[in-house]
Design a protein around this ligand. Structure first.
Ligand SMILES: [Zn+2]
Length: 112
């Protein structure tokens, strides 16, 4: 769980730097997002035993935060594959996926 939290934090930092031109510190919005994600992870009753958040019976991200996190994942995900442990990232990404099967794990072919 700790690694997952760290991964999210790193991703949001990168996203904020690239998208919001922040330097060093996160903008307010992104900071809020990190705090939120951490809190959700900390409170997840399944902790290490859960599969992924997507299969989790408790949908713990509220809709607004969920879509923001997903934007971050979409943007940063493909750019971090070489530099960060991808397992925890993939775990989170799978958990947030809402599209019915179709383009799974093509990575580079972002349909947007
Ligand atoms: Zn930002």
């Amino acid at each position: 769980m700790h690694r997952e939290a760290a991964t999210i934090s790193v991703m949001i930092h990168k996203y904020c730097r690239d998208k919001h031109s922040s330097t060093g510190e996160l903008c307010t919005e992104c900071q809020e997002l990190v705090d939120y994600a951490r809190k959700r992870l900390a409170r997840c009753p399944f902790q290490e035993n859960k599969t992924t958040c997507g299969k989790c019976p408790i949908h713990c991200y509220k809709p607004g935060m969920r879509s923001r996190i997903r934007d971050v994942m979409r943007y940063v995900g493909p750019r971090m594959i070489l530099t960060n442990p991808i397992l925890s990232l993939q775990h989170v990404l799978d958990g947030l996926r809402e599209e019915p099967l179709g383009y799974r794990k093509h990575g580079k072919n972002d349909p947007s």
